[in-house]
Ligand binder design. Structure first.
Ligand SMILES: [Zn+2]
Length: 365
């Protein structure tokens, strides 16, 4: 399609085929491969720049933070598990414990004890434990998963293999890397492929957990990937004040309570930071569903006062992260060529010009 800023190229197709083969053929001994790859796609999407491009360098702490969020719902107790701790096994060797899973589980247990049920809330309520968990997970990522991610199933010491994403020889025991440097253009291609990769990686992960725990995979998927939505009640009043009692989408007065909506759809990127939230009529929220905003409501949303939002978030307290939210929004517009744009009363297909205008409106954070 001419005009779109992302077009298929041979490299893109080649990377897609290689990664899908890797996902399917890797040894099902531990779930860190799909976890790390999913986290990488998410972090890249959140860092899409004002021109719509994804970066080629990712700080390991950012990757760790996303890995924690992915394992978060998975370390909850799973009913009916024939094990004392009721937590799903993520590694085949019964004598080993996954350091990542253990760290996230300990963090989760403490967070729930303090009333924080989502990773976003936990980071606000327990900043110290959050930081030390991120640190532990980042160290582990550097040591194992990043070194082994691109090795095909059945790999033997000394065998060479293709490294489609990055040079993994920087990682392993003794590595001191603090960032992941992808091959030029690999970040962009990963994000462009996310619509294909994410469901495949989730299915692969689900099958791994099913086989490690001898459970049927159908029941598991919801438990593993139905990320917990935080109770949005605490931010409702703040948003009402910031929006002068009006619906962000149609601009008319909110007579009743209204609903707190995730502007970048939850189904696309589960993101609870205040910048991604808006108060809207029940009907407006319902009609928008999982669509992207058309330019007029997008302008209203993107031009909100970010300092005011961050201040208001601090008073609740609630998570504020304009960089991630605007990055995810840019990714959504830059990589969803066939998206429908919604405004009150009308839905229409996005055009290349809309894509450019949306990226311009979203270039401020
Ligand atoms: Zn409305």
């Amino acid at each position: 399609m001419p005009g779109w800023r992302v077009a298929a190229d041979d490299e893109l197709v080649r990377l897609g085929v290689t990664l899908l083969a890797l996902a399917r053929t890797s040894a099902r001994t531990a779930t860190y491969k799909p976890a790390t790859l999913l986290a990488l796609v998410d972090v890249l999407a959140a860092r899409v720049d004002p021109r719509g491009s994804a970066p080629d360098v990712v700080p390991l702490v950012d990757l760790a933070e996303r890995v924690i969020a992915l394992y978060w719902p998975q370390v909850r107790e799973y009913d009916g598990l024939d094990r004392r701790d009721q937590v799903l096994r993520q590694i085949s060797d019964r004598n080993k414990v996954s350091v990542i899973v253990r760290s996230v589980r300990e963090y989760y247990v403490e967070a729930v004890r303090q009333g924080a049920r989502s990773p976003g809330r936990a980071a606000v309520v327990l900043p110290g434990l959050h930081a030390s968990t991120v640190d532990a997970v980042a160290r582990n990522l550097r040591r194992y998963p990043l070194e082994r991610l691109q090795r095909p199933g059945g790999w033997r010491q000394g065998q060479d293999y293709e490294r489609p994403l990055y040079d993994d020889r920087h990682f392993g025991a003794g590595s001191r890397e603090v960032e992941l440097r992808l091959h030029p253009g690999a970040g962009e291609r990963l994000v462009a492929l996310s619509g294909l990769l994410v469901p495949v990686l989730q299915a692969e992960w689900t099958q791994q957990v099913a086989s490690l725990n001898e459970l049927p995979s159908e029941d598991l998927r919801r438990h593993l990937f139905g990320e917990q939505r935080a109770d949005l009640g605490p931010v409702r009043d703040v948003l009402r004040q910031l929006q002068d009692g009006r619906c962000l989408y149609c601009g008319r007065t909110l007579s009743s309570g209204g609903q707190v909506d995730h502007v970048v759809p939850w189904s696309l990127h589960p993101q609870d930071a205040i910048e991604n939230l808006a108060l809207a009529h029940d009907a407006c929220n319902g009609a928008k569903g999982a669509h992207l905003l058309d330019l007029a409501p997008l302008r209203a949303w993107a031009s909100r006062d970010l300092d005011e939002l961050a201040l208001a978030a601090g008073a609740v307290p609630w998570r504020s992260d304009p960089t991630t939210v605007f990055g995810l929004a840019r990714s959504a517009y830059a990589h969803s060529g066939a998206a429908q744009l919604w405004r009150p009363g009308r839905t229409r297909p996005m055009q290349p010009d809309d894509q450019r205008s949306a990226l311009e409106l979203l270039s401020r954070a």
